[in-house]
Structure formats: structure tokens, C-alpha cells
Design a protein around this ligand. Structure first.
Ligand code: ARG
Length: 579
């Protein structure tokens, strides 16, 4: 149930009945200030301006025709023509009761599910996965969980870089190391080190370099021996990534891997179709598409190479083939790409050309959800002290250790195992949340201190709020499943909390539409803060609290706990009973 949508719909009907053309929208939004109702419809002013009438009078006319049933207890016109809507406490009680008795918190699956294909994580297998892939993995996975919860069909695609010229060098190196009786697992235990070895070998030994080049050709033509080496390399590297997904509590599985190599057979057809359509032309013996749609200020079209001189294909060619596969074979109608903002031009070119060439129909939504860079404390892209790339696996271990130390400090009564387990959930949660709570498109500074703080908009704060609510039930000796008395909100703090609880689905809808998980973080943070205020103002277990008041407040507490844990779960973050 999305209150905002319901009100928008009702106000729109009233506007139509007041002869206001449909193009003027009701513009319903939660009110920003107390005293202005719970929701405000601001559409009357714009409509009045366009229709050249008095905005207050028009607002009055809308209100006269507004049929909200039992939803509102009061509707009034304020200022130059705002319509303030005060929700009725009975209606709020009833809605909360429905949420309380429903395993989905009364959030129905969407009526028209889409098939969303999400491209995220997508590391290059030639190297160790690094922090640059962290944001894509975390944001993409949260979106996958959220869209799934809403009832959409979600297809995850891990577009790993497992093809291209560097693999000639890597498998030639692997072959030599295997010949020295090393096992692939051992040789590739640190991909960064292995890559350096291969590169040095390539630069210093011309015979080896020749062999590497030969292997690229043989790999592309499907030579079984070379393919087998490549398979071996790929398997070990994928296992590295999978280990990180496990640590991160990310839902990607080996079945979601659809790497660049998968599209190899479709690259030549993509190029020839673009040529047949007259879109690709030969330019300095390469095949190039010039996109006027993306021309620069001087009017020079944006060049997009799809086949190199010598026949090699490019990143863009593969992306065109992948896009075709995702709409055509997978039936996706919403293609979502979670990739660094630095690849924006690339994505724009791919989307523009895919539309132009008819690889994708007009109804399919093509979305690049770009994100900024994760910065170190020095304000430069995150690196180790010595300037190397930080290995994700080390970073995640450090997060769990730091969090475990904090938990130990706070609660010495926990066993070593409990502390380690809670530390893992808090540490990983903190890393994920620190990323998710920032506006996706901005850069952000990675800071242990702020992400692990128990105050402010952090995972530990929300996880702690959850444990506090749960502890009330332990103290009261009440099983929340047995709560069945009706809710009866009365105090302003209860009312504010109630409305926030009922806005959960609004938050989810927004996140789903804009792929902006920080909106869900903000929502959860506000919910937890309103809960704290409620808890201070409205005693629950104190002696003298009437039984029906206590029951209603316990219901509110339980709804808060469930909403927090559901919300965090959709962000890929675990909760625990105590910390
Ligand atoms: N492997 C690429 C990189 O690490 C990211 C791939 C993103 N997905 C895509 N369809 N281009 O930069």
C-alpha cells in the first residue's frame, strides 16, 4: 500500500471533476513541516497559473470534490493553494493492523512485473577483484533483492571480463608454471602477483611474447589445448570472486556468470549487421560507427570502433551482443547496468547504437546506473598505503575484525564465537551500508570510523536499534506472534512513527524506479530515529501503562523491528538479536 499513490489518484480524480485537464498533476508529497498535515497536494497552484484562475479558489474547488473516504480526518487549503491532508487515526490503525498480520507487511507484489536484467559486479578475471568492483556489487545486489521483493522477475548477469588479448599472455604463463609442476590453484592464489609475473615475462622474453600472441589467435579459433588452459584460469579466478560474494553476503552465484567470452560467436554477426544497415563504415581499416546523436559541440559525430584493424573486436562490440541477448533471449524489458560513471560515454554509445540498429525495441528501458568513485581518506581514489590496489578480500576481513573488537568492548558477556559472528555481520553490514547510503552518483570517502560508528546513519546504528526493539520482547517475556489486539495510536510520537511505518512501500517504490538505494537507507534511519523518540515519550513496559496501550505499543515496536529487518535484508545486510 502506497499512501502517496492513493492520494495522488484521489486528488487527480477531484481535479478532473473540477474540469482541470489531466496534464496538471496533483503533486502529492509528505508534508515537510508539522502542522501542514501529513501529506500535501501542491498541484493546484501550477494548474491555476496555466488556467489563469485564482489558485486558492481552485484548491477549494478540488477539496470540495475530493472523496477520501475514511483515509483523512481533515483536509484544508493553506497559503497560496496548498491542500493539506491529515490522515485519520482510525485509518492508520487499520492499515497498521493489516501490516502486522501480513508476512509482507501488507506490501503486495506489483501488478505488472517487469523482467529486469541487472548487470553488476562484472570484474575482470585477469586480475584480483578490487574496490572498484565493490560499489557495483553492493548496489547491484541491493537492487536485485529489492526488485525481487516487489515481485519483478530479476535476472542477474555477471558480465565478467574473461576474454581478450591479455588472456594469451596469462595462459602462456600458466602453462609454463604448470609445467614446473605447480598446481593452478597455487599458481593463481594471488592473481595480482601472477599478472605481474606474466607481464614481466612478456616484456623480457620475446619468445614468450610470440607464444602469448599465438595463444590469443588460437584461443579465438577454439584450439582445444589453449581453451583448456583458459578454462582452468577462468575457474580459479571465478572461485576468487565467488569467495568474495560469500563474504559480502551477496546473492550472485556461478550460474549468474555470463562473461564476455559467451558472446564470442555473435560478434561477427553484430558487425556485419551494422555494416548491412550502413551504420558501420570502414575507417583506416577499422570498422567504425559515427553517432551524430552524440556529436560534440563542434558537431563532430561520436566515433565508436566496433572492429579493430586486424579483425579484433572490442568491449563495445561485446556489449552490443550482450544487450541483444538480454532483450532477445532473456526477454528483459528493463536492462540495468551498474557501472562506474567513467564508462558513461561507452554506455551512451552502446544504447544509442542499439536503438538505432533496432537491436532493442522502443519499450525496453536501457538504464546505466552510474556511480562515483570510492576515495581514500586523502581524497584520492582508494589505494593501499604503498599505492597498490586494495584487495577486497583483505578489506572485508579487516571490517569483520574491527567490528568484532567494537562488539567485544560493548558487550563482554558474549562468547568468542558470538562476538566473531556478530562482528562479521556488523563489519560487512557497515561496509555495504556506507556505500549504499550515499547518493549513488557521488564520490565518497571510505572511512572506518564513520562507517563503524554506532551513531548516525550507519549499519551498526540500525542493527543496534533492531536489537533494542527485540530486547523489549525479551524483557516483557512476550512472543510478538501472540500480539493480536487492535492498534490504538494516540500520542503525536506514535502517530509520527505509524505514518513512517506505512511509508515503507513508498520508499521501496522510489528506490525501484530510480535505482537509488540511499533513499531506503534514509528511510530506515528516519524510522529508527522516530522509534527512539517514541520510546522516550511513550513508555511500553512501565508499571501503570494500561494493558491495551501496552499491547498497541508492543505492536508498534514489533512493526518497527520487522520493517528494519526487512529493509536491511533488501540492502543485503543481516540483523542479530543482540550485540
Ligand atoms: N569488466 C568491466 C570492468 O571491470 C565492467 C563490465 C561492466 N558491464 C558491461 N556490460 N560493460 O570495467
Amino acid at each position: 500500500m502506497n499512501i502517496r499513490n492513493i492520494l495522488n489518484h484521489k486528488v487527480q480524480q477531484a481535479m478532473l471533476s473540477a474540469s482541470i485537464p489531466f496534464e496538471h498533476r496533483p503533486l502529492v508529497a509528505p508534508s515537510k513541516k508539522p502542522g501542514f498535515g501529513d501529506y500535501q497536494a501542491n498541484g493546484a497552484m501550477g494548474a491555476a497559473k496555466a488556467m489563469k484562475t485564482n489558485p486558492r479558489e481552485l484548491a477549494e474547488k478540488i477539496v470540495q470534490r475530493l472523496e477520501l473516504g475514511g483515509i483523512a480526518e481533515k483536509v484544508e487549503v493553506a497559503g497560496p493553494g496548498f491542500i493539506n491532508i491529515h490522515l485519520s487515526p482510525q485509518w492508520l490503525n487499520q492499515q497498521l493492523g493489516q501490516a502486522a498480520s501480513d508476512s509482507r507487511l501488507a506490501i503486495a507484489p506489483v501488478a505488472e512485473p517487469s523482467t529486469a536484467v541487472l548487470d553488476y559486479s562484472s570484474p575482470n578475471l585477469a586480475k584480483e577483484m578490487h574496490v572498484g568492483h565493490l560499489r557495483s556489487t553492493i548496489i547491484g545486489d541491493a537492487m536485485a533483492l529489492l526488485l525481487e521483493f516487489q515481485g519483478h522477475r530479476v535476472i542477474r548477469q555477471n558480465h565478467v571480463g574473461d576474454w581478450g588479448t591479455q588472456f594469451g599472455m596469462l595462459i602462456a604463463e600458466l602453462e609454463e608454471q604448470l609445467a614446473e609442476n605447480r598446481e593452478a590453484n597455487m599458481a593463481l592464489s594471488d592473481l595480482e602477483v601472477f599478472y605481474q609475473q606474466a607481464k614481466r615475462h612478456f616484456d623480457e622474453d620475446p619468445d614468450f611474447a610470440d607464444k602469448a600472441r599465438d595463444y590469443v589467435v588460437r584461443l579465438q579459433s577454439g584450439d582445444p589445448k589453449v581453451l583448456q588452459l583458459w578454462e582452468e584460469f577462468r575457474t580459479v579466478s571465478l572461485a576468487h570472486s565467488q569467495e568474495i560474494y560469500q563474504k559480502l553476503n551477496v546473492t550472485l552465484t556461478p550460474e549468474d556468470v555470463r562473461g564476455e567470452s559467451f558472446y564470442n560467436d555473435d560478434l561477427a554477426p553484430v558487425v556485419s549487421e551494422l555494416e548491412e544497415q550502413g551504420l558501420a563504415v570502414e575507417d583506416q581499416s577499422a570498422k567504425v560507427v559515427f553517432l551524430e546523436e552524440l556529436a560534440d559541440k563542434e558537431g563532430n559525430p561520436s566515433p565508436m570502433i566496433i572492429q579493430k584493424q586486424g579483425g579484433g573486436y572490442l568491449y563495445a562490440t561485446t556489449d552490443l551482443a550482450a544487450l541483444r541477448y538480454r532483450t532477445g533471449t532473456l526477454g528483459g524489458d528493463r536492462l540495468m547496468y551498474f557501472i562506474d560513471a567513467r564508462q558513461s560515454l561507452h554506455m551512451q554509445q552502446v544504447f544509442t547504437l542499439a536503438r538505432k540498429a533496432g537491436f532493442v525495441s522502443g519499450e525496453v528501458s536501457l538504464e546505466h546506473h552510474a556511480f562515483g568513485t570510492m576515495m581514500g581518506p586523502d581524497g584520492k581514489p582508494f589505494k593501499t598505503r604503498s599505492g597498490g590496489t586494495v584487495k577486497l578480500s583483505d578489506l572485508l576481513d579487516e571490517a569483520a575484525e574491527r567490528a568484532a573488537a567494537l562488539v567485544r568492548e560493548k558487550n563482554a558477556s558474549l562468547s568468542t564465537e558470538e562476538t566473531a559472528e556478530i562482528g562479521r555481520k556488523v563489519g560487512i553490514g557497515a561496509v555495504k551500508y556506507a556505500d549504499l547510503c550515499k547518493t549513488r552518483t557521488n564520490d565518497y570517502v571510505f572511512s572506518w570510523d564513520s562507517m563503524l560508528s554506532f551513531d548516525g546513519n550507519t549499519a551498526p546504528y540500525l542493527q543496534y536499534a533492531y536489537t533494542r526493539v527485540r530486547s523489549i520482547f525479551r524483557k516483557a517475556g512476550v512472543d510478538p506472534a501472540t500480539l493480536d489486539q487492535p492498534l490504538a495510536i494516540a500520542e503525536p510520537e506514535e502517530r509520527a512513527l505509524a505514518i513512517k511505518l506505512l511509508q515503507f512501500s513508498e520508499a521501496l517504490d522510489q528506490v525501484a524506479r530510480d535505482a537509488m538505494p540511499h533513499l531506503l537507507c534514509t528511510y530506515l534511519y528516519e524510522l529508527a530515529s522516530l522509534y527512539m523518540r517514541f520510546y522516550e515519550a511513550c513508555p511500553v513496559l512501565k508499571e501503570g501503562v494500561a494493558p491495551e496501550v501496552r499491547a498497541s505499543r508492543l505492536q508498534l515496536c514489533h512493526l518497527v523491528a520487522r520493517t528494519l529487518s526487512q529493509g536491511l535484508e533488501l540492502l543485503g545486510i543481516e540483523v542479530m538479536e543482540q550485540m
